[in-house]
Design a protein around this ligand. Structure first.
Ligand code: ZN
Length: 338
């Protein structure tokens, strides 16, 4: 990336607010709040890739922070003890630590885990562009095999064997003529469906971010998305719509589709996919605002379970001005409806 992108500022003959309508009288955007929003999106992506969440017990549900009778006894004893143990100086220390903590501070670039026993939550090293490519535990092994064809072949063989097992388990004969070669074909297809693990944001946007005095909404609609639901390993497909308001940086339009493609060619849940695309753009472009909306149909709903063929799922993630300014958001949504 151009080193000038680091601060995004270059000396100009005419101040930008005089040439493109970006008035200093407009309420300024709070960098701090934008940061918080991005951190929230980042945290929620991490937690959705983390250990299995416990379902909420309905008995524990309560309103307005009022504990249920069942919780009260246990938590009263616990909190009384906490108050005894935490002194003022401790509190100050805790506050400092909380203030200093940034999701990107932890988990420095580490070599791939040699042990697979750690949870995916702790094992996602934040590699590549501040971790925005969100690799999984085996990602780096897979990447390395690009230069080690024999290892890649061994992986494919192993995967084919697993597919053969699936065929046996469903009551088929993997050796009958029609299924000849199916395990190998499926293994290759599966590697293609998940090829997003071999890509990262830095390579995709490399050389495609430009300085431009454009501060109006940019939208790319109807990006086709094909992904795999991580709960059932069956596809969900749909359309993604991406909009952003630049702040001196713009990105080649085709790259928006490439970013969507990179994150969708992995095991996903739609909510996380939407957030990852929004946050990636937010980090790359530091725009005034980003909005990502995705509508899709999940085969795990359509083919099994509730079997509601027409059901679509819509998710959205709005950051910065797109979130804060109702008018901007409305403009984006009305442009989508056209
Ligand atoms: Zn599913």
């Amino acid at each position: 990336m151009n080193p000038q992108d680091q601060d995004g500022r270059r000396p100009r003959a005419i101040p930008s607010h005089l040439v493109n309508g970006h008035s200093p009288l407009h309420p300024s955007f709070s960098a701090e709040r934008d940061r918080e929003e991005r951190d929230q999106a980042y945290d929620s992506i991490r937690s959705s890739m983390g250990p299995r969440r416990e379902p909420i017990d309905l008995n524990d549900l309560h309103i307005d922070g009022e504990p249920t009778p069942a919780q009260t006894n246990a938590s009263q004893q616990k909190s009384a003890r906490q108050y005894e143990e935490v002194g003022d100086e401790d509190l100050e220390d805790i506050e400092n630590r909380v203030a200093a903590r940034d999701a990107r501070d932890e988990a420095p670039l580490t070599p791939p885990a040699t042990s697979r026993s750690i949870s995916p939550f702790t094992a996602n090293p934040t590699v590549d562009f501040e971790g925005l490519s969100w690799p999984s535990v085996g990602t780096l092994d897979r990447l390395r095999e690009r230069t080690r064809p024999e290892d890649a072949e061994a992986r494919l063989q192993k995967l084919s064997g697993a597919v053969r097992t699936i065929l046996e388990c469903i009551g088929e004969d993997p050796d009958r003529e029609g299924l000849h070669g199916t395990p190998e074909r499926y293994a290759k297809a599966m590697m293609f469906f998940t090829k997003g693990y071999e890509e990262n944001l830095r390579d995709i946007v490399n050389g495609a971010v430009f300085h431009e005095d454009h501060d109006e909404l940019v939208i790319v609609k109807d990006i086709d998305v094909y992904s795999l639901c991580e709960h059932h390993l069956v596809p969900f497909t749909g359309k993604m719509h991406i909009g952003y308001i630049p702040s001196r940086r713009v990105i080649g339009l085709s790259k928006l589709a490439r970013i969507a493609e990179m994150f969708s060619r992995r095991l996903q849940v739609q909510e996380r996919l939407t957030k990852q695309v929004a946050l990636a753009l937010s980090e790359v472009l530091k725009p005034q605002g980003v909005a990502v909306v995705m509508e899709s149909s999940h085969l795990c709903m359509v083919m099994r379970g509730v079997q509601k063929g027409g059901a679509t799922t819509t998710t959205s993630c709005m950051l910065g001005a797109m979130r804060k300014r109702a008018k901007t958001r409305e403009e984006f949504l009305s442009l989508l409806r056209r």
